[in-house]
Design a protein. Structure first.
Length: 145
């Protein structure tokens, strides 16, 4: 899905099964939206659409809780959590872990690696696609206000 007729926010470049889950390489297409702070109100909109996401834990050193983390984090990190919640809604265990990392020197600017603790690559693919669409919809809601 495209935002307002433009490019999608994320492009899934490749996926692979790794020990304990699936690693997906995604590219952020709009550098200005690298951090969720560039999307005012995105945390509230995500929590409104996926209220059980508040149960997620995040090992960020900031200790902000999930709503505070979503307000100012990497957009790919938000994508990770939304995909995890969608996997849980499909019956995967809530204890599933996720992690978002990046090494712009190795992979290029705007490229992120998202690990989801699910070895079912097709389920991860569907969850990430749905998460991309949802985040793009919630981003578009901001621009209509």
């Amino acid at each position: 899905m495209n935002r307002a007729g433009g490019a999608p926010l994320f492009i899934v470049e490749r996926m692979r099964t790794v020990p304990g889950g699936t690693e997906t390489v995604v590219r952020l297409t709009q550098p200005a939206l690298r951090r969720t702070s560039a999307l005012p109100g995105i945390a509230e909109r995500v929590l409104g659409r996926l209220p059980d996401i508040v149960r997620h834990r995040c090992e960020s050193p900031k200790g902000l809780g999930i709503a505070g983390e979503f307000a100012d984090t990497e957009s790919a990190h938000l994508l990770e959590h939304v995909a995890l919640e969608l996997l849980v809604r499909e019956g995967h265990p809530r204890t599933m872990a996720g992690r978002t990392t990046w090494d712009f020197g190795r992979d290029g600017h705007g490229v992120y690696r998202i690990f989801l603790g699910c070895e079912d690559v097709e389920a991860v693919r569907c969850a990430l696609e749905e998460a991309c669409v949802l985040i793009e919809q919630l981003t578009a809601e901001r621009t209509r206000c």
